[in-house]
Design a protein. Structure first.
Length: 302
């Protein structure tokens, strides 16, 4: 049995891919919803998962608290996932991100030290350090799969929220940051494929992997491609002043939480995913395909 915790943009694809190859799949969400064909369980993962993972061979961590609740909700969720892996003997494969590296001046590789400069970066780094410590102590088996800002159906990122819907509608989109800085964009389907490949390969455990990701595009370049693919007028994008983002944060918790992550948008933010491409033979989906999926299914689906 394969257990998927969370049924958002990534978890839903993981479950569908596992079902397609004939696996028994159990999906755990607070709402009890998920893809057809899976066994659906309604539960608050933070309160404990051990009663749902007996007989599991892999646990896929694809859930996450709301952006403004990371400090209070990620620690108990991370602890619950480790406890579930320890109780069941299942490998725990976690959907991570790049926050833990902090600002760097070169493409990010998996051997970079974790030097977070933000609250959310420190939380992500601690989650991985806790899981890795349990792995190295022989209590669990685990690995982490890290991607950059997501593209694809259900993807939620600053681009999908503040730029893409406007561009598709022929309006001006705004995003705080340097609109011409190279930025990596990771397709949610490739995240799912990498999670499964890592879970299947015992030699891949005990470390982090970067999801195969295409060559970077700036926000302006990505918006331009989106407009072309949508048959919309030429893209218009503008840099949102930092003061506007801070003002928005007074009333919008998500905007408030974006303030500390601005370093990712002011300079090149590029991921090197060579290791996973070589190890698992996964080629990143073309960025145009990911954009078509978003345009066809709605740019802010969750």
């Amino acid at each position: 049995m394969q257990v998927v915790v969370g049924a958002g943009a990534v978890g839903s694809v993981v479950a569908r891919l596992l079902l397609a190859r004939g696996e028994q799949v159990r999906v755990i969400t607070r709402s009890g919803t998920g893809p057809d064909g899976a066994e659906l369980i309604a539960a608050d993962a933070k309160a404990g998962l051990t009663q749902y993972v007996d007989g599991a061979t892999a646990i896929y961590s694809c859930a996450g608290p709301a952006y403004d609740k990371w400090t209070t909700e990620w620690p108990p969720l991370g602890a619950a996932l480790i406890a579930a892996a320890e109780a069941s003997g299942a490998v725990l494969v976690t959907t991570g991100n790049l926050y833990g590296y902090g600002p760097v001046d070169r493409p990010m590789t998996e051997d970079l030290p974790l030097r977070p400069n933000t609250v959310k970066g420190r939380i992500r780094a601690q989650l991985w350090n806790d899981a890795l410590a349990a792995h190295e102590a022989g209590r669990i088996r685990t690995a982490e799969v890290r991607g950059s800002d997501y593209l694809g159906a259900g993807a939620v990122s600053p681009f999908s929220v503040t730029v893409l819907p406007k561009v598709v509608a022929g309006k001006r989109g705004m995003l705080p940051g340097n609109l011409d800085a190279p930025h990596s964009w990771t397709y949610v389907g490739d995240v799912a494929r990498t999670l499964i490949a890592v879970a299947d390969d015992e030699s891949a455990w005990g470390r982090a992997w970067h999801v195969p990701t295409p060559e970077p595009l700036s926000v302006r370049q990505l918006a331009t491609r989106a407009a072309v693919l949508a048959g919309a007028p030429p893209a218009r994008v503008a840099a949102m002043p930092a003061a506007v983002l801070r003002l928005a944060g007074l009333v919008d918790p998500a905007a408030r939480e974006m303030v500390e992550m601005q370093y990712q948008w002011q300079r090149p933010f590029v991921v090197d995913s060579t290791a996973a491409t070589v190890a698992f033979g996964i080629e990143a989906a073309p960025t145009d395909d990911a954009l078509r999926e978003m345009i066809g299914k709605g740019s802010n689906e969750s």
